[in-house]
Every structure is written in C-alpha cells, then in structure tokens.
Design a protein around this ligand. Structure first.
Ligand SMILES: Cc1cc2nc3c(=O)[nH]c(=O)nc-3n(C[C@H](O)[C@H](O)[C@H](O)COP(=O)(O)OP(=O)(O)OC[C@H]3O[C@@H](n4cnc5c(N)ncnc54)[C@H](O)[C@@H]3O)c2cc1C
Length: 220
C-alpha cells in the first residue's frame, strides 16, 4: 500500500536543516511505534505548558489520556505533540558541530475530546497496548467510575512532520579535520530490564509471557 506523503505547509515545513526532514509517512509511523511517551505542548491560561504523557495510535489518530482534572487535556485547542528518540551523540572536532543523532516527529492540530463510550474504550485499549502489548486483556479493564475520571483526546496525524539525523559529524572534510582530534558518534540504546515482581504478590505467581518476553529487547 502506498502511503500519502506528509504535508508540506506553513505549519509543517522545515525551515532549518531541511535535509533532515522526511515526508515519508512510514517514517512517522516508525517513530510513533518506537516509543510511547510524547510531549504535549498546549497554551493554558495564556502560558505554554509542555507535558510528558503516554500515547497510543491508530492509522489516523494519536490518543492521549489523563485525569479529567488535567488542564492540558481540555481539548478543542491547538496543540503540538512531539515524540523524540535519541540515537546517539555526534562528537565533532569543533564544539559548534556537535549534535545528536535522532528521530523525531511533530504533530500539529486541535485535539478532540472523545466522548463516544465505544471510541473511548477503543482509544484507551490502543493506548494501553501501545505501551504494554498484552496488558489490555490481562489486566482488569476500566470500570464506569474510572472511565468517567479519564479524559481521552484524539489528535489527527494529518499535520505531522518528521526529522531524522544519522551518521558522522559534519566537519570531517573541513579545516578542523587537520586538528588531529578524535571525532565520531557515541550510540545510545535502550533496552527493557528484568521484570521486578511487586513484593506484595503471593509467592509463585509466574510472570506472564507477554511481559517476560520483553526482557532484553530494544526500546526506541
Ligand atoms: C534530541 C534532539 C536534540 C536537538 N538539539 C538541537 C539543538 O541543540 N539545537 C538546535 O538548533 N536544534 C536541535 N534539534 C533540532 C530541533 O528540534 C529543530 O528541528 C531545529 O532547532 C529547528 O527549529 P526551528 O524552530 O528553526 O524549526 P522550524 O524549521 O522553523 O520548524 C518548522 C516546522 O518544521 C517541523 N519541525 C521542526 N523541528 C522538528 C523536529 N525536530 N521534528 C519534527 N518536525 C520538526 C515542525 O512541523 C515545525 O512546525 C534537536 C532535535 C532533537 C530531536
């Protein structure tokens, strides 16, 4: 299936380091699927608020959730959401050329508060499964009171941009190459650790396979 490219408009067009931009929607999907924490930027009472929060997604929308008391989740207001993966440090000959290898996505739009009970449950399922695959059917689902205490926002993935930096420092063929300094990249990887049982668990309860299987696997 051919995916529509990401839009290039006043909101999404890269103005600096444009060569790091990608219009490939598959890159956006890969960045979203590689993480589960985003930063939600929203103006609240005239001031910017940038809130780290968990997300899930389907083909068309990002889902964010939280307490009904969260001012950042009021909805019906412009938001900007970023997802960032740091892949390493770029250590150049000059401090000026130092940088970061990364994959990042930015999504602009107006978040919609999900009120339809079926969509809300489906969105919460996506969100849970995105971070912890297998947990939605393993753990107890939300009851009516818990659902009422939870806000779910949906944000269209239409107005999105992607930026990716890979590779070596940019000063290997400049005058600073003569300095004889080491330069290169220091990769950074994250992996899941060993599950730590709740000390209050009764003895002998095995770790479910969908959790145990993640140990040692890469995150990001
Ligand atoms: C881990 C990390 C560290 C970084 N460190 C620095 C740093 O120290 N200094 C620095 O100048 N830049 C840094 N960047 C790049 C930074 O995110 C911006 O892309 C860059 O600074 C350009 O900002 P701007 O305000 O000129 O954006 P503009 O190019 O004016 O932004 C226009 C549009 O381009 C898109 N866009 C811009 N940046 C991104 C992005 N990162 N991801 C997806 N879409 C984007 C958005 O849709 C935005 O509305 C870093 C990026 C990452 C992920």
């Amino acid at each position: 299936m051919t995916l529509e490219p990401l839009p290039e408009n006043d909101l999404t067009r890269h103005r600096r380091l444009r060569e790091q931009g990608s219009l490939d929607r598959a890159d956006l999907d890969a960045i979203l699927d590689a993480g589960f924490v985003c930063h939600l930027g929203v103006v609240v009472d005239g001031r910017p608020l940038v809130v780290p929060t968990v997300y899930g997604r389907d083909e068309r929308q990002l889902y964010l959730h939280g307490s009904v008391a969260s001012r950042s989740l009021a909805g019906s207001t412009p938001v900007c959401v970023t997802v960032t993966h740091v892949d390493g440090l770029v250590l150049a000959r000059s401090v000026f050329e130092h940088g970061v290898n990364y994959r990042s996505a930015m999504i602009h739009g107006e978040a919609r508060k999900v009120t339809d009970p079926e969509e809300k449950l489906a969105g919460l399922r996506l969100l849970t499964e995105h971070a912890a695959p297998g947990q939605w059917s393993y753990a107890r689902g939300p009851n009516r009171r818990e659902l009422a205490a939870t806000t779910l926002l949906a944000l269209s993935l239409e107005q999105a941009s992607v930026k990716i930096r890979t590779g070596a420092p940019d000063d290997g063929d400049g005058p600073d190459a003569e300095l004889g300094l080491w330069a290169g990249t220091l990769p950074l990887t994250w992996s899941w650790g060993t599950p730590e049982p709740d000390p209050l668990l009764p003895p002998g309860l095995p770790i479910p396979g969908h959790i145990a299987r993640r140990e040692g696997t890469r995150h990001g």
